[in-house]
Design a protein around this ligand. Structure first.
Ligand code: C5P
Length: 223
């Protein structure tokens, strides 16, 4: 039985892979399953928090969690921002598309003879960075970093550039980490702390470790 380490706290979590529409029937997305974000929402609920899950991927979820469906990055950002005023914690576990189609076509795009096809992409807003920059005293902001090299230095850079308090860093080349797996192997990187390497474990169990680290940050007086 989990301790009620987040009793009275409001946690906002993002999960899943955003979908960026091309036309009414097509979209761009990624391989994110949403498992890590959903596990974090469940662990936060078990720790006594009020939980808002902004999800781009639909999975089974406990009744006590408020789910807001968001398909695109812009929708996800709007839902997150609308909920941060009264939040104590933001955890950005979603795999957010860095780009979206510049202009979504009103009708299904047709083949043009044998011509090749070019999609014009523009950059999406960075949800984690937006929340980090607007962070109020006492709020804890957590991000993820999927890296293939220089894990810790890149995670430290991300702590700074996103104004985050904790980065959950994983090497996506590790066979126990990453997309659509049930396990993950991460290192927790926080300001003024030695990195903490967590052994490979189920995402559901790792979520409890991350929630414990969040609870410790909330009471640390550091944020
Ligand atoms: O910059 P990078 O994509 O490596 O950072 C990963 C972290 O930033 C994740 O926590 C992800 O949810 C978040 N992110 C975001 N909005 C973006 C891109 C990434 O919130 N547009």
């Amino acid at each position: 039985t989990a301790t009620q380490s987040l009793a009275g706290k409001h946690v906002v979590v993002t999960a899943g892979g955003t979908k960026e529409a091309i036309d009414p029937v097509r979209y761009l997305t990624n391989r994110s399953s949403g498992k890590m974000g959903y596990a974090l929402a469940e662990a936060a609920l078990a720790a006594g928090a009020k939980v808002t899950l902004v999800a781009a991927t639909d999975r089974p979820v406990s009744a006590g969690i408020k789910v807001i469906a968001a398909s695109s990055t812009q929708e996800m950002l709007a839902a997150v921002v609308a909920n941060m005023d009264h939040a104590d914690v933001f955890i950005g576990a979603a795999a957010v598309s860095d780009f979206r189609v510049a202009e979504i076509a009103d009708h299904k795009v047709k083949k043009q003879g044998d011509e090749h096809m070019v999609l014009d992409l523009v950059q999406n807003p960075d949800i984690l960075k937006t929340v980090g920059q607007a962070k109020k005293p006492g709020q804890v902001v957590v991000g993820f970093a999927a890296e293939t090299e220089n894990l810790i230095p890149n995670a430290r850079k991300k702590l700074q550039s996103k104004h985050a308090d904790l980065i959950v860093a994983n090497n996506v080349l590790d066979d126990k980490a990453g997309f659509n797996k049930d396990t993950n192997q991460v290192t927790l990187v926080a300001n003024n702390h030695e990195p903490i390497a967590v052994e490979a474990k189920l995402k559901t169990e790792l979520a409890e470790d991350i929630i414990a680290a969040v609870a410790a940050l909330l009471t640390s007086g550091q944020v």
